[in-house]
Design a protein around this ligand. Sequence first.
Ligand SMILES: Nc1ncnc2c1ncn2[C@@H]1O[C@H](COP(=O)(O)OP(=O)(O)OP(=O)(O)O)[C@@H](O)[C@H]1O
Ligand SMILES: [Mg+2]
Length: 416
Amino acid sequence: MSVPVITADRLGKRYTLGGTPGGIGARTLRDAIGAAIRAPRRAGEARELWALRDVSFTVGAGEILGVIGRNGAGKSTLLKLLSRITRPTEGRMRIRGRIASLLEVGTGFHMELTGRENVYLNGAVLGMRRAEIARKFDEIVAFAEVERFIDTPVKRYSTGMFLRLAFAVAAHLEADILLVDEVLAVGDAEFQKKCLGKMDEVVHAGRTVLFVSHTMGAITGLCPTALLLEHGGVVMQGAAVDVVHAYLNANRSAPPSIDIARAQHLDAHHGAGIVRLERVELENPFGGSFAVPWKEPIRLTLRYQVEQDMTNVVFGLRVDSTTGVPLFGAHHTDDGAQPVTIARGTHHLNIIIENTLQAGRYVLAIGAHSAVSRDILFLVPDAATLDVLDVTATGRPYLGKYGCQTNGSAAWEFSD
Ligand SMILES: Nc1ncnc2c1ncn2[C@@H]1O[C@H](COP(=O)(O)OP(=O)(O)OP(=O)(O)O)[C@@H](O)[C@H]1O
Ligand SMILES: [Mg+2]
Protein backbone atom coordinates (compact mmCIF):
# COMPACT_ATOMS: atom_id res chain seq x y z
CA MET A 1 0.00 0.00 0.00
CA SER A 2 1.06 3.59 -0.61
CA VAL A 3 1.99 5.93 2.23
CA PRO A 4 -0.78 5.97 4.84
CA VAL A 5 -2.54 9.31 4.71
CA ILE A 6 -5.29 8.53 7.20
CA THR A 7 -4.61 6.21 10.08
CA ALA A 8 -7.38 5.57 12.59
CA ASP A 9 -6.32 3.60 15.62
CA ARG A 10 -9.13 2.30 17.84
CA LEU A 11 -11.08 5.53 17.44
CA GLY A 12 -14.07 5.98 19.71
CA LYS A 13 -16.59 8.73 20.27
CA ARG A 14 -18.98 8.76 23.19
CA TYR A 15 -21.85 11.16 23.43
CA THR A 16 -23.52 11.86 26.73
CA LEU A 17 -27.24 12.20 26.48
CA GLY A 18 -28.95 13.77 29.42
CA GLY A 19 -29.85 17.07 31.04
CA THR A 20 -31.99 18.92 28.54
CA PRO A 21 -34.82 16.91 26.99
CA GLY A 22 -33.46 14.71 24.29
CA GLY A 23 -29.89 15.01 25.40
CA ILE A 24 -27.18 17.59 25.37
CA GLY A 25 -25.64 18.03 22.01
CA ALA A 26 -28.16 16.05 20.03
CA ARG A 27 -27.79 17.58 16.60
CA THR A 28 -31.33 17.52 15.48
CA LEU A 29 -34.72 16.67 16.82
CA ARG A 30 -34.50 13.46 14.85
CA ASP A 31 -31.34 12.47 16.70
CA ALA A 32 -32.78 13.47 20.02
CA ILE A 33 -35.92 11.44 19.49
CA GLY A 34 -34.01 8.50 18.10
CA ALA A 35 -31.60 8.49 21.00
CA ALA A 36 -34.43 8.82 23.51
CA ILE A 37 -36.27 5.85 22.02
CA ARG A 38 -33.18 3.69 21.96
CA ALA A 39 -32.16 4.68 25.46
CA PRO A 40 -35.11 5.48 27.69
CA ARG A 41 -33.75 7.36 30.61
CA ARG A 42 -34.70 7.16 34.24
CA ALA A 43 -34.99 10.51 36.02
CA GLY A 44 -31.65 12.14 36.68
CA GLU A 45 -29.67 9.46 34.91
CA ALA A 46 -27.27 10.54 32.18
CA ARG A 47 -27.08 8.18 29.21
CA GLU A 48 -24.03 7.47 27.19
CA LEU A 49 -23.93 6.49 23.61
CA TRP A 50 -20.89 5.24 21.78
CA ALA A 51 -21.49 6.64 18.31
CA LEU A 52 -18.20 5.05 17.27
CA ARG A 53 -16.03 2.49 19.00
CA ASP A 54 -12.78 0.71 18.34
CA VAL A 55 -12.54 1.78 14.73
CA SER A 56 -9.19 1.17 13.06
CA PHE A 57 -8.18 1.44 9.42
CA THR A 58 -5.69 3.10 7.14
CA VAL A 59 -6.15 4.78 3.78
CA GLY A 60 -3.19 5.44 1.54
CA ALA A 61 -2.43 8.31 -0.81
CA GLY A 62 -4.50 8.13 -3.97
CA GLU A 63 -6.94 5.66 -2.46
CA ILE A 64 -10.68 5.95 -2.08
CA LEU A 65 -12.45 4.12 0.72
CA GLY A 66 -16.24 3.71 0.72
CA VAL A 67 -18.01 3.85 4.06
CA ILE A 68 -21.47 2.31 4.36
CA GLY A 69 -23.91 1.38 7.11
CA ARG A 70 -27.45 1.96 8.26
CA ASN A 71 -28.72 5.26 9.63
CA GLY A 72 -27.03 5.99 12.92
CA ALA A 73 -24.19 3.52 12.32
CA GLY A 74 -21.59 6.22 12.95
CA LYS A 75 -20.51 7.18 9.43
CA SER A 76 -20.91 10.93 9.84
CA THR A 77 -19.36 10.75 13.29
CA LEU A 78 -16.29 9.14 11.76
CA LEU A 79 -15.95 11.90 9.17
CA LYS A 80 -16.48 14.56 11.84
CA LEU A 81 -13.67 13.11 13.93
CA LEU A 82 -11.33 12.98 10.94
CA SER A 83 -12.15 16.56 9.98
CA ARG A 84 -11.68 17.57 13.63
CA ILE A 85 -15.18 18.96 14.04
CA THR A 86 -15.41 16.82 17.18
CA ARG A 87 -12.70 15.18 19.25
CA PRO A 88 -12.41 11.45 19.79
CA THR A 89 -13.19 10.13 23.25
CA GLU A 90 -10.59 7.44 22.82
CA GLY A 91 -8.11 6.18 20.29
CA ARG A 92 -5.87 8.09 17.97
CA MET A 93 -5.76 9.23 14.39
CA ARG A 94 -2.95 10.43 12.21
CA ILE A 95 -3.66 12.54 9.17
CA ARG A 96 -1.09 13.74 6.65
CA GLY A 97 -2.22 16.73 4.71
CA ARG A 98 -4.99 19.22 4.43
CA ILE A 99 -8.57 18.08 4.56
CA ALA A 100 -11.51 19.40 2.60
CA SER A 101 -14.81 18.00 3.66
CA LEU A 102 -18.33 17.96 2.43
CA LEU A 103 -20.17 16.77 5.50
CA GLU A 104 -23.84 17.33 6.18
CA VAL A 105 -24.65 19.64 3.36
CA GLY A 106 -23.52 23.10 4.26
CA THR A 107 -20.85 22.55 6.91
CA GLY A 108 -18.34 25.30 6.36
CA PHE A 109 -20.83 27.43 4.49
CA HIS A 110 -22.34 30.60 5.84
CA MET A 111 -25.90 31.19 4.77
CA GLU A 112 -25.71 34.99 4.87
CA LEU A 113 -22.62 35.13 2.66
CA THR A 114 -22.71 34.99 -1.12
CA GLY A 115 -21.43 32.06 -3.15
CA ARG A 116 -18.28 34.02 -3.98
CA GLU A 117 -17.61 34.90 -0.35
CA ASN A 118 -18.09 31.29 0.69
CA VAL A 119 -15.56 30.07 -1.88
CA TYR A 120 -12.95 32.48 -0.50
CA LEU A 121 -13.84 31.67 3.08
CA ASN A 122 -13.40 27.95 2.50
CA GLY A 123 -10.11 28.48 0.68
CA ALA A 124 -8.85 30.62 3.56
CA VAL A 125 -9.81 27.93 6.05
CA LEU A 126 -7.66 25.50 4.04
CA GLY A 127 -4.76 27.92 4.31
CA MET A 128 -4.81 28.96 0.64
CA ARG A 129 -3.75 32.42 -0.40
CA ARG A 130 -6.21 34.76 -2.09
CA ALA A 131 -4.40 34.53 -5.42
CA GLU A 132 -4.44 30.73 -5.25
CA ILE A 133 -8.18 30.72 -4.63
CA ALA A 134 -8.73 33.25 -7.41
CA ARG A 135 -6.99 30.88 -9.83
CA LYS A 136 -9.45 28.08 -8.96
CA PHE A 137 -12.48 30.33 -8.74
CA ASP A 138 -13.75 30.14 -12.31
CA GLU A 139 -13.37 26.38 -12.43
CA ILE A 140 -15.37 26.02 -9.21
CA VAL A 141 -18.17 28.26 -10.42
CA ALA A 142 -18.30 26.54 -13.79
CA PHE A 143 -18.43 23.07 -12.20
CA ALA A 144 -21.19 24.18 -9.84
CA GLU A 145 -23.11 25.91 -12.67
CA VAL A 146 -23.97 28.84 -10.45
CA GLU A 147 -22.50 31.69 -12.52
CA ARG A 148 -25.66 33.75 -12.38
CA PHE A 149 -26.04 33.42 -8.65
CA ILE A 150 -22.47 33.67 -7.47
CA ASP A 151 -23.09 37.06 -5.83
CA THR A 152 -26.34 35.99 -4.19
CA PRO A 153 -26.37 34.88 -0.53
CA VAL A 154 -26.36 31.08 -0.49
CA LYS A 155 -29.47 31.00 1.69
CA ARG A 156 -31.38 31.87 -1.50
CA TYR A 157 -29.96 28.91 -3.39
CA SER A 158 -32.05 25.86 -4.22
CA THR A 159 -30.90 22.57 -2.72
CA GLY A 160 -29.27 21.59 -5.97
CA MET A 161 -27.38 24.86 -6.44
CA PHE A 162 -26.18 24.87 -2.88
CA LEU A 163 -24.94 21.33 -3.02
CA ARG A 164 -23.25 21.82 -6.38
CA LEU A 165 -21.30 24.75 -5.03
CA ALA A 166 -20.40 22.99 -1.78
CA PHE A 167 -19.15 19.97 -3.68
CA ALA A 168 -17.24 22.06 -6.21
CA VAL A 169 -15.49 23.93 -3.41
CA ALA A 170 -14.53 20.76 -1.55
CA ALA A 171 -13.33 19.00 -4.69
CA HIS A 172 -11.40 21.84 -6.34
CA LEU A 173 -9.63 23.56 -3.48
CA GLU A 174 -6.17 22.30 -2.74
CA ALA A 175 -6.69 19.69 -0.11
CA ASP A 176 -4.88 16.36 0.07
CA ILE A 177 -7.84 14.56 1.55
CA LEU A 178 -11.46 14.82 0.56
CA LEU A 179 -14.14 13.63 3.00
CA VAL A 180 -17.54 13.35 1.38
CA ASP A 181 -20.71 12.54 3.30
CA GLU A 182 -23.62 11.46 1.13
CA VAL A 183 -23.29 13.98 -1.65
CA LEU A 184 -25.58 11.96 -3.85
CA ALA A 185 -28.60 12.33 -1.62
CA VAL A 186 -29.55 15.57 -3.28
CA GLY A 187 -28.99 16.81 -6.77
CA ASP A 188 -30.11 15.36 -10.04
CA ALA A 189 -28.73 12.36 -11.84
CA GLU A 190 -26.54 14.42 -14.12
CA PHE A 191 -24.88 16.19 -11.24
CA GLN A 192 -24.41 12.92 -9.37
CA LYS A 193 -22.56 11.56 -12.35
CA LYS A 194 -20.42 14.66 -12.49
CA CYS A 195 -19.56 14.34 -8.78
CA LEU A 196 -18.59 10.71 -9.18
CA GLY A 197 -16.42 11.62 -12.15
CA LYS A 198 -14.77 14.40 -10.18
CA MET A 199 -14.05 12.15 -7.21
CA ASP A 200 -12.47 9.63 -9.55
CA GLU A 201 -10.31 12.42 -10.98
CA VAL A 202 -9.32 13.59 -7.51
CA VAL A 203 -8.17 10.08 -6.64
CA HIS A 204 -6.23 9.72 -9.87
CA ALA A 205 -4.50 13.00 -9.07
CA GLY A 206 -3.11 11.22 -6.01
CA ARG A 207 -5.44 12.61 -3.41
CA THR A 208 -7.23 10.50 -0.84
CA VAL A 209 -10.99 10.23 -0.54
CA LEU A 210 -13.34 8.86 2.10
CA PHE A 211 -16.80 8.52 0.61
CA VAL A 212 -19.92 7.87 2.68
CA SER A 213 -22.97 6.87 0.69
CA HIS A 214 -26.24 5.01 0.83
CA THR A 215 -26.08 4.59 -2.93
CA MET A 216 -24.52 1.18 -3.25
CA GLY A 217 -23.91 1.45 -6.97
CA ALA A 218 -21.80 4.55 -6.38
CA ILE A 219 -19.78 2.74 -3.73
CA THR A 220 -19.07 -0.30 -5.86
CA GLY A 221 -18.53 1.85 -8.95
CA LEU A 222 -16.01 4.17 -7.38
CA CYS A 223 -14.36 2.42 -4.46
CA PRO A 224 -12.25 -0.72 -4.75
CA THR A 225 -12.60 -1.22 -0.97
CA ALA A 226 -15.22 -0.32 1.58
CA LEU A 227 -15.84 -0.32 5.29
CA LEU A 228 -19.14 -1.41 6.85
CA LEU A 229 -20.11 0.22 10.13
CA GLU A 230 -22.77 -1.15 12.44
CA HIS A 231 -23.63 0.39 15.82
CA GLY A 232 -20.40 2.36 15.74
CA GLY A 233 -18.13 -0.60 15.04
CA VAL A 234 -16.44 -1.91 11.92
CA VAL A 235 -18.13 -5.17 11.00
CA MET A 236 -16.44 -5.68 7.68
CA GLN A 237 -13.73 -4.18 5.54
CA GLY A 238 -12.67 -5.47 2.17
CA ALA A 239 -13.52 -5.48 -1.50
CA ALA A 240 -16.43 -3.05 -1.95
CA VAL A 241 -18.56 -5.58 -3.84
CA ASP A 242 -18.33 -8.08 -0.98
CA VAL A 243 -18.97 -5.49 1.70
CA VAL A 244 -22.01 -4.07 -0.12
CA HIS A 245 -23.36 -7.54 -0.68
CA ALA A 246 -22.98 -8.42 3.00
CA TYR A 247 -24.64 -5.16 4.04
CA LEU A 248 -27.69 -5.57 1.84
CA ASN A 249 -28.18 -9.16 2.86
CA ALA A 250 -27.78 -8.63 6.60
CA ASN A 251 -30.77 -9.19 8.89
CA ARG A 252 -33.44 -9.09 6.26
CA SER A 253 -36.62 -10.46 7.75
CA ALA A 254 -38.58 -9.22 4.74
CA PRO A 255 -42.08 -8.46 6.10
CA PRO A 256 -44.92 -7.86 3.61
CA SER A 257 -45.10 -4.24 4.65
CA ILE A 258 -42.35 -1.98 5.77
CA ASP A 259 -42.68 1.09 7.94
CA ILE A 260 -40.27 3.76 6.93
CA ALA A 261 -38.68 5.58 9.83
CA ARG A 262 -38.10 9.27 9.35
CA ALA A 263 -34.41 8.59 9.70
CA GLN A 264 -34.35 6.40 6.60
CA HIS A 265 -35.01 9.39 4.38
CA LEU A 266 -31.91 10.94 3.06
CA ASP A 267 -32.09 14.54 4.18
CA ALA A 268 -32.76 17.02 1.47
CA HIS A 269 -31.44 20.42 2.42
CA HIS A 270 -34.51 22.39 1.42
CA GLY A 271 -37.96 20.96 1.73
CA ALA A 272 -36.65 18.12 3.90
CA GLY A 273 -39.54 16.29 5.46
CA ILE A 274 -42.31 18.05 3.53
CA VAL A 275 -43.07 14.85 1.67
CA ARG A 276 -42.41 11.74 3.68
CA LEU A 277 -42.81 8.08 2.82
CA GLU A 278 -44.40 6.27 5.76
CA ARG A 279 -45.08 2.76 4.61
CA VAL A 280 -44.52 0.42 1.70
CA GLU A 281 -46.89 -2.49 1.33
CA LEU A 282 -46.67 -5.37 -1.04
CA GLU A 283 -50.02 -6.63 -2.27
CA ASN A 284 -50.69 -10.33 -2.50
CA PRO A 285 -47.61 -11.28 -0.58
CA PHE A 286 -46.50 -14.80 -1.13
CA GLY A 287 -45.86 -16.76 2.01
CA GLY A 288 -46.12 -13.69 4.23
CA SER A 289 -42.82 -12.22 3.16
CA PHE A 290 -41.86 -9.34 0.92
CA ALA A 291 -41.70 -11.62 -2.04
CA VAL A 292 -43.45 -12.18 -5.33
CA PRO A 293 -43.62 -15.25 -7.52
CA TRP A 294 -41.59 -15.34 -10.64
CA LYS A 295 -43.10 -13.22 -13.45
CA GLU A 296 -45.92 -11.98 -11.18
CA PRO A 297 -46.33 -8.17 -11.32
CA ILE A 298 -45.04 -6.40 -8.24
CA ARG A 299 -47.92 -4.43 -6.72
CA LEU A 300 -46.91 -1.88 -4.16
CA THR A 301 -48.91 0.57 -2.12
CA LEU A 302 -47.08 3.53 -0.71
CA ARG A 303 -48.46 5.59 2.10
CA TYR A 304 -46.96 9.03 2.32
CA GLN A 305 -47.55 12.22 4.17
CA VAL A 306 -47.36 15.76 2.86
CA GLU A 307 -46.90 18.65 5.27
CA GLN A 308 -48.10 21.36 2.91
CA ASP A 309 -49.84 21.58 -0.45
CA MET A 310 -47.41 20.67 -3.21
CA THR A 311 -47.42 21.04 -6.97
CA ASN A 312 -45.35 19.46 -9.74
CA VAL A 313 -44.43 16.33 -7.85
CA VAL A 314 -42.92 13.39 -9.72
CA PHE A 315 -42.66 10.00 -8.04
CA GLY A 316 -39.98 7.56 -9.00
CA LEU A 317 -38.56 4.20 -8.12
CA ARG A 318 -35.47 2.20 -8.88
CA VAL A 319 -34.73 -1.48 -8.57
CA ASP A 320 -31.16 -2.34 -7.61
CA SER A 321 -29.38 -5.65 -7.32
CA THR A 322 -28.09 -6.53 -3.86
CA THR A 323 -24.63 -5.57 -5.05
CA GLY A 324 -25.94 -2.08 -5.72
CA VAL A 325 -26.17 -2.26 -9.49
CA PRO A 326 -29.18 -0.24 -10.65
CA LEU A 327 -31.30 -2.52 -12.85
CA PHE A 328 -34.05 -0.18 -13.89
CA GLY A 329 -35.86 2.94 -12.82
CA ALA A 330 -39.21 4.49 -13.58
CA HIS A 331 -40.96 7.79 -13.02
CA HIS A 332 -44.72 8.12 -12.90
CA THR A 333 -44.42 10.59 -15.77
CA ASP A 334 -42.58 8.16 -18.08
CA ASP A 335 -45.60 7.47 -20.25
CA GLY A 336 -46.64 11.11 -20.53
CA ALA A 337 -48.58 11.46 -17.26
CA GLN A 338 -48.32 14.89 -15.67
CA PRO A 339 -46.56 15.75 -12.42
CA VAL A 340 -49.13 15.75 -9.62
CA THR A 341 -50.55 18.31 -7.21
CA ILE A 342 -50.94 16.97 -3.70
CA ALA A 343 -52.90 18.49 -0.85
CA ARG A 344 -51.58 18.46 2.67
CA GLY A 345 -52.34 15.17 4.43
CA THR A 346 -51.88 11.43 4.08
CA HIS A 347 -52.10 9.79 0.67
CA HIS A 348 -51.64 6.47 -1.03
CA LEU A 349 -50.06 5.54 -4.30
CA ASN A 350 -50.41 2.19 -6.00
CA ILE A 351 -47.61 1.08 -8.24
CA ILE A 352 -47.53 -1.97 -10.47
CA ILE A 353 -44.11 -2.95 -11.64
CA GLU A 354 -43.82 -5.29 -14.58
CA ASN A 355 -41.76 -8.11 -13.18
CA THR A 356 -38.98 -8.96 -15.57
CA LEU A 357 -36.67 -9.93 -12.76
CA GLN A 358 -35.04 -13.27 -12.37
CA ALA A 359 -35.54 -15.14 -9.11
CA GLY A 360 -33.39 -13.48 -6.52
CA ARG A 361 -33.20 -10.60 -4.14
CA TYR A 362 -33.57 -6.93 -5.05
CA VAL A 363 -33.55 -3.57 -3.33
CA LEU A 364 -36.19 -0.93 -4.03
CA ALA A 365 -35.40 2.76 -3.85
CA ILE A 366 -38.37 5.13 -3.75
CA GLY A 367 -38.42 8.88 -4.01
CA ALA A 368 -40.05 11.99 -5.40
CA HIS A 369 -38.72 15.17 -6.88
CA SER A 370 -40.05 18.49 -8.08
CA ALA A 371 -40.51 18.70 -11.83
CA VAL A 372 -39.70 22.41 -11.67
CA SER A 373 -36.67 22.80 -9.39
CA ARG A 374 -35.58 19.15 -9.73
CA ASP A 375 -35.07 19.17 -5.95
CA ILE A 376 -35.41 15.79 -4.32
CA LEU A 377 -38.47 15.85 -2.05
CA PHE A 378 -37.69 12.54 -0.42
CA LEU A 379 -35.53 9.58 -1.18
CA VAL A 380 -35.42 6.25 0.61
CA PRO A 381 -32.64 4.31 -1.09
CA ASP A 382 -33.43 0.98 0.54
CA ALA A 383 -37.16 1.28 1.12
CA ALA A 384 -37.70 -2.45 0.73
CA THR A 385 -35.92 -5.64 -0.07
CA LEU A 386 -37.89 -7.74 -2.47
CA ASP A 387 -37.47 -11.40 -3.18
CA VAL A 388 -38.52 -12.73 -6.54
CA LEU A 389 -39.23 -16.36 -5.80
CA ASP A 390 -38.10 -19.31 -7.83
CA VAL A 391 -41.66 -20.55 -8.16
CA THR A 392 -44.53 -19.32 -10.30
CA ALA A 393 -47.81 -18.00 -8.85
CA THR A 394 -49.23 -21.53 -9.01
CA GLY A 395 -46.31 -22.84 -7.03
CA ARG A 396 -44.78 -24.60 -10.01
CA PRO A 397 -41.03 -24.55 -9.62
CA TYR A 398 -39.34 -22.39 -12.11
CA LEU A 399 -36.79 -24.13 -14.20
CA GLY A 400 -34.00 -21.62 -14.28
CA LYS A 401 -32.81 -19.46 -17.07
CA TYR A 402 -29.17 -20.32 -17.38
CA GLY A 403 -28.07 -17.61 -14.99
CA CYS A 404 -29.61 -14.74 -16.94
CA GLN A 405 -30.17 -11.44 -15.14
CA THR A 406 -33.69 -10.70 -16.31
CA ASN A 407 -36.67 -12.51 -17.78
CA GLY A 408 -37.87 -11.99 -21.24
CA SER A 409 -40.62 -13.81 -22.97
CA ALA A 410 -40.80 -15.01 -26.50
CA ALA A 411 -43.60 -16.23 -28.75
CA TRP A 412 -42.92 -19.73 -30.03
CA GLU A 413 -44.49 -20.72 -33.31
CA PHE A 414 -43.62 -24.08 -34.78
CA SER A 415 -44.13 -24.87 -38.45
CA ASP A 416 -42.97 -27.44 -41.04
N1 LIG B 1 -23.82 15.45 18.66
C1 LIG B 1 -24.40 14.31 19.01
N2 LIG B 1 -24.88 14.12 20.26
C2 LIG B 1 -25.44 12.95 20.62
N3 LIG B 1 -25.56 11.89 19.81
C3 LIG B 1 -25.10 12.01 18.56
C4 LIG B 1 -24.50 13.22 18.08
N4 LIG B 1 -24.14 13.02 16.79
C5 LIG B 1 -24.51 11.78 16.48
N5 LIG B 1 -25.08 11.17 17.54
C6 LIG B 1 -25.57 9.79 17.57
O1 LIG B 1 -24.50 8.95 17.20
C7 LIG B 1 -24.96 7.87 16.39
C8 LIG B 1 -24.21 7.85 15.09
O2 LIG B 1 -24.64 8.96 14.30
P1 LIG B 1 -24.08 9.32 12.87
O3 LIG B 1 -24.65 10.63 12.51
O4 LIG B 1 -22.61 9.18 12.86
O5 LIG B 1 -24.72 8.17 11.98
P2 LIG B 1 -24.66 7.96 10.39
O6 LIG B 1 -24.09 6.62 10.16
O7 LIG B 1 -24.00 9.11 9.75
O8 LIG B 1 -26.20 7.93 10.02
P3 LIG B 1 -26.99 8.47 8.69
O9 LIG B 1 -26.92 7.36 7.70
O10 LIG B 1 -28.38 8.66 9.19
O11 LIG B 1 -26.34 9.73 8.24
C9 LIG B 1 -26.47 8.05 16.26
O12 LIG B 1 -27.10 7.26 17.23
C10 LIG B 1 -26.66 9.52 16.55
O13 LIG B 1 -27.95 9.77 17.06
MG1 LIG C 1 -24.67 10.60 8.42
